[in-house]
Design a protein around this ligand. Structure first.
Ligand code: FAD
Length: 453
C-alpha cells in the first residue's frame, strides 16, 4: 500500500552515473525546494571510468522478465519521441538475439524475451527459427558457428552513452537546482538513532548522517543516496548481494566508408558466447562481451558504524586503466572473425575493462538499508541499467518515498537471506543471459601476458 515517506530537506547523492544523475533529476523535478547535492569522485561528469560512459549501450526491451521489458519499453518511448534521443543520443537499428544449439538457458531466455517484446510491439518483431533466417536479416555479418536461431526486434536500438550522461548533467545544470561537488567518499558516517528508522518500526539503529571524504572533510545530509556503481561494495557490506565484475571491450578503428556500411546493421548479441557488436560511431567499431566477467578481489575494512574496529573483508572492486587480458582479447578477436571477418586482422586501437555491479539474479538494489535509516542504495546495475536513464530516477524517487509499484519493489528491495547466508559469495550473476567462464581473476589473467592473437 502506498505510504509517502517525508523527504529530508537535504539529500546527498554520491555518484554521477546513470543511477545518481537520474535520481537527482527526478528529485529536483518532484521536490524543487529540497537541497540536492551530487558528489562525484571523478573530475568530470561524464566520468570516463564510470560504467555509464562508453561509445554505445544497447537500448532494448528484450528481457525474459516482463517487468524489465515493460520498464524498458517506457524508456524506449522517451528515447524515441523526446529530447532524450535527439542529436544522435539514440539510434533505432534493431537487435538480433541469437541462441546456440541444444536446450540451453540462453535459448530459454531468447524465447521468453521474444514473447515479451511480441506482446509489446508485435509488428516490429520476427522470430528467426534457423541460422539461415538469422543470416537473412544480417547481410554482411557472420552470425557465429554455433547459432541455432533467434529473433530480430526492429524496435530496439542503441545510445551514445557518453552523450546521454552529458545530456543529463546539462539538464540538471540548466535547471540549476542541484549542486555538484567533486570529492571521494571514504566512508559513511553514522550516529545512534532513537527515532522511527525508515518507517520500518525498528528502533535504536545507526542512522547515516553524512560522509567523510578522502581529504578529511565531511558532508552531512538528512538522506544519503549511494549511487556509486561498482565501487559500492567498499562503502556498504554487500557480500552475497552485489559484486563488481570486469567486462571486456575492444575497439577497432574504421574508415568513414566502413562506418557508413555498418551504420544501419542491427546489433548482434550472441547468447552462446556473450559477444556483441553495436553499429560504430566516430570511426570506432566496438566488440564486447556480456559474461560472468573478471573478479578483482581486494581486502578492505568492513564498512558500517563499527567499521573502524579493525575487521576486514575481501570484495571485488574496479581496477581502471588496465587493458583486457589475453583471454578476453582473444574472445573479442574470435568474435570479429566470426561476425565481421573483413575486420578479423585489424588491430585493436584500444581495449578497456568496464565494471558491472552484479547481483545474484541481475536485479537492481534500489532500497533503504534495512539497518541504517538515512541511507538509501541505488545500484546493482548488473550490466543492463543504462537504457533506463530517462525513467529510472522517477522509480528511484518512488522507492525513496515508499511508493514504488509492487512488481519493481519486489525485484529491487534489499535482498533477504537466511541467517549467516549473506556472507557466502555468489559465483556469478544468473540472470539467464550470461556465458563464459566463471571465477576468472583479473590480475591472474593479466599476468598471463600477451596472447598469440
Ligand atoms: C561494458 C558494459 C556494457 C554495458 N552495456 C549495457 C547495455 O548495452 N545496455 C544497458 O542498458 N546497460 C549496459 N550496461 C550497464 C550500465 O551501463 C550500468 O548498469 C549503469 O551505467 C550503471 O550506472 P551507475 O550509475 O550505477 O554506475 P557508474 O556510471 O559507474 O556511476 C557511479 C559513479 O559513482 C562514482 N563513485 C564511486 N565511488 C565513489 C566515491 N567513493 N565517492 C564519490 N564518487 C564515487 C564513480 O566515480 C562513478 O562515476 C553496461 C555496462 C558495462 C560496464
Amino acid at each position: 500500500m502506498a505510504r509517502t515517506l517525508p523527504l529530508p530537506q537535504s539529500v546527498l547523492i554520491v555518484g554521477g552515473g546513470v543511477f545518481g544523475l537520474s535520481t537527482a533529476l527526478a528529485l529536483s523535478n518532484r521536490h524543487p525546494d529540497s537541497q540536492v547535492t551530487v558528489l562525484e569522485q571523478a573530475q568530470t561528469i561524464p566520468n570516463p571510468h564510470g560504467s555509464s560512459v562508453d561509445s554505445s549501450r544497447i537500448v532494448r526491451a528484450d528481457y525474459a522478465n516482463a517487468a524489465y521489458a515493460k520498464l524498458a519499453a517506457d524508456a524506449i518511448a522517451r528515447w524515441r519521441t523526446t529530447d532524450w534521443g535527439k542529436e544522435g543520443r539514440y539510434s533505432e537499428n534493431g537487435l538480433v538475439l541469437v541462441y546456440p544449439n541444444g536446450d540451453s538457458t540462453a535459448g530459454q531466455y531468447v524465447r521468453k524475451s521474444y514473447e515479451n517484446v511480441k506482446a509489446l510491439e508485435a509488428d516490429k518483431v520476427e522470430f528467426l527459427p534457423t541460422k539461415a533466417d538469422v543470416e537473412r536479416v544480417m547481410p554482411g555479418y557472420g552470425v557465429g558457428s554455433d547459432v541455432a536461431g533467434g529473433y530480430v526486434n526492429w524496435g530496439s536500438g542503441w545510445s551514445d552513452a557518453e552523450a546521454g550522461v552529458r545530456f543529463t548533467r546539462e539538464l540538471l545544470e540548466k535547471e540549476g537546482k542541484v549542486v555538484f561537488k567533486t570529492g571521494q567518499v571514504e566512508r559513511v558516517l553514522f550516529a545512534e538513532d532513537k527515532g522511527q528508522g525508515n518507517g520500518n518500526g525498528k528502533r535504536n539503529q545507526s542512522r547515516a548522517t553524512g560522509v567523510r571524504l578522502s581529504d578529511g572533510t565531511t558532508i552531512t545530509a538528512g538522506l544519503i543516496v549511494l549511487a556509486t556503481g561498482a565501487w559500492t561494495p567498499k562503502l556498504v557490506d554487500l557480500r552475497g548481494k552485489a559484486q563488481s565484475t570486469g567486462q571486456a571491450l575492444a575497439y577497432v578503428r574504421i574508415t568513414d566508408e566502413e562506418e557508413r556500411r555498418l551504420a544501419h546493421m542491427p546489433t548482434l548479441l550472441n547468447f552462446s558466447t556473450g559477444m556483441f557488436i553495436i553499429p560504430p560511431r566516430n570511426n570506432l567499431l566496438k566488440v564486447a562481451r556480456h559474461a560472468y566477467g573478471y573478479l578483482n578481489p581486494k581486502r578492505v575494512p568492513v564498512p558500517g558504524p563499527k567499521g573502524d574496529a579493525g575487521a576486514t573483508m575481501e570484495v571485488s572492486l574496479p581496477e581502471t586503466d588496465v587493458p583486457v587480458p589475453p583471454e578476453g582479447e582473444k574472445a573479442c578477436r574470435n568474435a570479429l572473425r566470426e561476425m565481421l571477418p573483413a575486420f578479423a586482422d585489424r588491430p585493436f586501437c584500444q581495449t578497456r575493462i568496464c565494471w558491472y555491479t552484479d547481483t545474484p539474479k541481475g536485479d537492481f538494489i534500489i532500497s533503504y538499508h534495512p539497518n541504517h535509516p538515512g541511507l538509501f542504495l541505488a545500484t546493482g546495475g548488473s550490466g543492463h541499467g543504462y537504457k533506463f536513464l530517462p525513467v529510472l530516477g522517477e522509480k528511484i524517487v518512488d522507492a525513496i518515498e515508499g511508493n514504488l509499484e509492487d512488481g519493481l519493489r519486489e525485484l529491487w528491495e534489499w535482498p533477504a537471506f537466511a541467517e549467516g547466508e549473506e556472507l557466502v559469495p555468489f559465483e556469478g550473476c544468473e540472470d539467464g543471459s550470461r556465458s563464459g567462464p566463471k571465477g576468472l581473476k583479473l590480475m591472474e589473467e593479466l599476468a598471463k601476458g600477451k596472447a598469440l592473437l
